[in-house]
Design a protein around this ligand. Structure first.
Ligand code: GDP
Length: 320
């Protein structure tokens, strides 16, 4: 890849997409295509193909497709699955048809079996049933990986699949209903503090563990993989911080300055008990995360304060 490589971040309005676009600009990439409002509707096959025919991106990061936290996965499985299947089908078909040289598809750690050995190795993919709360979305992500693999085998396309850890950062979905645990709790703790609430409600038992990666680090990992990885096997994009949900909630309360006790609402689901990735293949290639969890949480909260804190509590859903 050179500064003049035509790069398309598909799903540029998503958490990953924003982080990638920012990183690519910082790294001096001058030919980003489909940025902002020029991105076509990727659920529309004709619009996607017309865009690829005109722009002929040489490198594609496929971050498109709606996603959300455990709440959205339970409330809107059809929309999540349809959106991910359609965007993936359309982007891969057009990338193949119009000669994209390299594509990195961002799958999801939800696609691992619920009870796979930890930390999750890519060899475990497909060896058991997935977590039921996110099964529709995860099945679409799993299918996306398999479709990349099929393009690689049948047509020799350089389509690589990455499985990211739970990412967080600026431009995330901070709604309590749709967001993942970190943005949803940042919002809830902020509102609780502003209203002077006595306690902060945390979903589930607080016992599950997740590996969290800052979106800036995830973007760095994606660019590193696009430049350096050509393997047939998918690659985990982790190397982040493994934390229990109760510890995350305490860290959020501290960053926000909410002083009251936490209350665990066990009528809400826990989801998968554990989700940490084995990122040895990525780390063995020399990549390292740079962000400190607490500093990243602080940065994310400050982004929220400047951009979202005054918005209505039910602002628009995010795409990833
Ligand atoms: P998951 O990795 O797909 O389960 O994604 P989430 O980020 O939605 O949830 C991770 C864990 O955080 C689950 O055990 C949730 O029950 C827990 N959790 C605690 N409070 C919240 C919250 O306010 N929102 C969400 N989404 N999850 C929460």
């Amino acid at each position: 890849m050179t500064p003049h490589t035509r790069v398309f971040v598909a799903g540029g309005n998503t958490l990953y997409g924003h982080a990638l676009t920012t990183l690519l600009r910082t790294e001096g990439f001058q030919s980003l295509v489909g940025v902002g409002t020029t991105e076509p509707d990727l659920t529309d096959a004709a619009a996607t193909d017309a865009f690829f025919a005109q722009e002929r991106p040489e490198c594609v990061f496929l971050c498109a497709g709606r996603s959300g936290g455990i709440g959205l996965n339970r409330a809107a499985p059809v929309e999540l699955m349809r959106d991910n299947l359609l965007t993936t089908l359309n982007v891969l078909a057009s990338a193949h048809r119009h000669g994209t040289a390299k594509l990195l598809y961002l799958a999801s750690s939800c696609a691992y079996p619920k009870h796979a050995a930890q930390p999750l190795k890519v060899e475990s993919l497909g060896t058991g049933p997935m977590e039921p709360t996110s099964e529709a979305y995860s099945t679409a992500k799993f299918a996306g990986w398999k479709l990349c693999d099929a393009y690689r085998r049948e047509y020799g396309c350089r389509f690589v699949t990455g499985f990211p850890a739970n990412a967080f950062g600026p431009h995330d979905d901070f709604t309590p209903e749709g967001g993942h645990v970190i943005p949803a709790l940042l919002r809830r703790a902020h509102d609780a503090k502003s209203r002077g609430d006595a306690e902060l409600v945390v979903w589930g038992t607080g016992a599950p563990r997740r590996e969290f990666v800052y979106s800036r680090d995830l973007a760095r990992a994606c660019l590193f993989v696009a430049r350096n990885y050509e393997g047939e096997a998918p690659i985990n994009l982790g190397g982040g911080t493994d934390l229990g949900i109760a510890d995350v909630a305490h860290a959020v309360a501290e960053v926000v300055g909410f002083k009251g006790p936490l209350v665990f609402d066990t009528t809400k689901p826990d989801g998968a008990p554990l989700k940490a990735l084995d990122s040895a293949p990525l780390l063995d290639m020399g990549w390292r995360p740079e962000s400190d969890f607490r500093a990243a949480l602080n940065e994310t909260y400050h982004w929220f304060l400047h951009h979202r804190a005054t918005e209505g509590r039910t602002h628009a859903r995010r795409a990833v």
